[in-house]
Design a binder for this molecule. Structure first.
Ligand code: MN
Length: 359
């Protein structure tokens, strides 16, 4: 079963939208293309084809899996840098290890979250643990990139380890949807994530026929991404299914309904609901760096080449074993990573610029 589950949803606090509130209308529905991340795990690129201005303050969202690995098959990323934003990694099924060169990291599994503030610059590795590589098994999660405003892009790197047991659990008014508040606030109930940029992240599971009317900060944008299942969004009941992203227009309630008929192998609808205070600055993004200007992105690549973002810690290979299989991992300790850092997350390998502040 995915993430945190509850035997009886009806005992949880219920979220009731004000009856006179205005439901957000659907602005767009897009379908995520499928590809492969890093050294090979399957991903859906949830934000592909959507204008960065509609995503603001978010940049990038990858649904990792859902995949059933054969023994020996699980893959992770090599060591690589980031600067200028935060990564939020949430595991629904399976196990993931994370290590960075500032001492952050650990292992997360069903319902846990790793929250890394890259800030001024960091190196990290994201990989399944060796026992999962050996055994194979189910793997499903997502990684979200949250932008930082210019004044916070140079803040020191930070790491938060959020456990599944810390997530705030709520129910829809009809008792048919389980809401897991990972960060931000829903109807006064706060999630555990400490956010640099004001955002709310909710992982919802809707039983067949359930309807969710979720009060939402009218100053935030609103996005919903279907991890699994079939349903409709908005009071206009726009159809939506696995791998589709909704952007909403203004309003103070998000409406999501699960169809009464779902797939028999996983009869619930799972959906990720996101929003935040738009930063409204220019975005210059290439590969692993998200800055305000082209000059800052080029400087990030230059700083990485010079080792300003750090080197691979000498003891990492004791903890992270899968990438030793080809022996290449040992050669990295104490030096900066080599290889194609632009392609690690399937992010743009050419400069992607949005907004007005380009110099
Ligand atoms: Mn990364």
């Amino acid at each position: 079963m995915p993430a945190v589950t509850v035997a009886d949803i009806t005992v949880l606090p219920r979220v009731v939208a004000d009856p006179v509130s205005s439901a957000r209308r659907v602005k767009s529905v897009t379908t995520a293309p499928q590809g492969h991340e890093g050294e090979g795990f399957p991903v859906r690129r949830a934000f592909a084809g959507v204008d960065l201005a509609d995503l603001d303050p978010f940049i990038h969202l990858d649904q990792m899996g859902e995949v059933e690995y054969a023994p020996g098959e699980p893959k992770g990323t090599p060591w690589h840098p980031h600067r200028g934003f935060e990564t939020v990694t949430y595991i629904i099924d399976g196990i993931f290890d994370h290590y960075d060169n500032h001492g952050g990291g650990g292992t997360i599994s069903d319902g846990d979250t790793q929250w890394m503030t890259a800030g001024a610059g960091i190196l990290h590795i994201e990989t399944p643990p060796e026992h999962l590589v050996m055994s194979g098994g189910l793997f499903h999660g997502f990684q979200l990139w949250v932008n930082l405003p210019a004044e916070k892009k140079w803040s020191p790197p930070a790491y938060q380890d959020l456990r599944a047991s810390d997530v705030a659990l709520l129910s829809s008014a009809d008792g048919g949807a389980l809401l897991r508040v990972i960060a931000g606030e829903v109807a006064g109930h706060k999630g555990p994530g400490s956010t640099q940029t004001p955002i709310t992240i909710v992982h919802a599971t809707l039983q067949p026929g359930a309807q969710l009317r979720l009060p939402w900060n009218p100053n935030y944008n609103a996005l919903a991404y279907v991890l699994h299942g079939h349903g409709t969004v908005g009071d206009e009941k726009h159809p939506i299914k696995t791998g589709q992203l909704v952007t909403y227009r203004d309003g103070d309630v998000i409406v999501i309904s699960a169809n009464t008929v779902q797939e028999s192998r996983a009869p619930q609808m799972d959906i990720l609901i996101l929003g935040g205070q738009p930063i409204k600055e220019s975005v210059a993004w290439m590969g692993p760096f998200v800055m305000n200007t082209k000059a800052e992105v080029l400087k990030a690549f230059d700083d990485f080449q010079k080792g300003v973002l750090g080197v691979v810690p000498p003891d990492w290979s004791k903890a992270v074993r899968p990438l030793q299989r080809d022996g290449a991992g040992h050669k990295l300790s104490g030096v900066r990573p080599t290889g194609d850092i632009k392609g690690v997350h399937n992010t743009p390998d050419e400069l992607n610029v949005s907004g007005q502040r380009e110099e």
